[in-house]
Design a protein around this ligand. Structure first.
Ligand SMILES: NS(=O)(=O)c1nc2c(F)c(F)c(F)c(F)c2s1
Ligand SMILES: [Zn+2]
Length: 251
């Protein structure tokens, strides 16, 4: 009787739920039990825009359940914490998720944490059902007025560590009307890569103009005292799917 090798014998197998991934839409499984996303958003929860060095975050007041995500593939209520973008050094790449091999020029991540089960974002990030992130692909098109209100503030947070108040932002207007999605279990796409994310990738992309996207690349990853270095790109390569199945909310 040969020895059986269990999954955890090879430590490279304990990182099998990494993100982002290439979503092969024909392989996605239509799941009729998936509900429509329920996005409740209160514009008074937006607080500030912050340059973290590798990207910029728009951060929200997450001390109570005012802006929350529920239903969809989720079994709990998740509280809005921040949103941010990933982009590339040219319009030819930039998104993290790839759809049937097609890379998009940028991607928006709207980050929520499970406030029904966990006491804090930090605690939630240690659990497989701790976070939910809505991924929205961006495609080059006409200038996006809702993105413009963010872009107008990028000069206020040009260098690493800078932040600026950013209130009454209407995040709901940024989302497409069609909220059909693909969903799978994955990870944070930046260090520490915790496998704590229920990914919800919208099937409809939103527009951004090439000029607007160029403004993202004008952000600096250096502080105001250092030689200026722009954040040319901040997207992680796609990861192996391993034993995961991507489900679709639409047939
Ligand atoms: N790109 S991502 O997967 O949405 C994502 N990564 C991270 C991360 F690494 C963090 F340390 C963190 F505090 C976050 F809130 C996010 S959110
Ligand atoms: Zn992200």
């Amino acid at each position: 009787m040969g020895a059986t090798v269990s999954q955890d014998d090879n430590d490279s197998d304990c990182h099998t739920h990494q993100s982002p991934i290439n979503i092969w839409t024909k392989m996605a499984l239509y799941d009729p039990f998936l509900k429509p996303l329920k996005i409740q958003y209160d514009p008074t929860t937006s607080r500030k825009i912050v340059n973290l060095g590798h990207c910029f975050n728009v951060e929200f007041d997450d001390t109570s359940d005012m802006s929350v995500l529920s239903d969809g593939p989720l079994n709990s209520r998740y509280r809005l914490r921040q949103f941010h973008f990933h982009w590339g050094s040219s319009d030819k790449d930039g998104s993290e998720h790839v759809i049937d091999g097609n890379v998009y020029p940028a991607e928006l991540h709207i980050v929520y944490w499970n406030s029904q089960k966990y006491e804090s974002f930090e605690e939630a990030a240690k659990h497989p059902d701790g976070l939910a992130v809505i991924g929205v692909l961006l495609k080059i098109g006409e200038a996006n007025p809702v993105l413009q209100t963010i872009i107008e503030h990028l000069d206020d947070v040009k260098t690493k560590g800078k932040e600026h108040s950013f209130t009454k932002y209407n995040l709901a207007r940024l989302l497409p009307n069609d909220l059909d999605y693909w969903t799978y279990h994955g990870s944070l796409t930046t260090e520490p890569y915790f496998e704590c994310v229920t990914w919800i990738v919208l099937q409809r992309a939103i527009p951004i103009s090439s000029a607007q996207l160029t403004r993202f690349r004008g952000l600096l990853c250096t502080s105001e005292y250092e030689k200026p270095v722009p954040i040319m790109e901040n997207h992680r390569p796609v990861q192996l799917l391993h034993d995961r199945v991507v489900r679709s909310s639409r047939l």
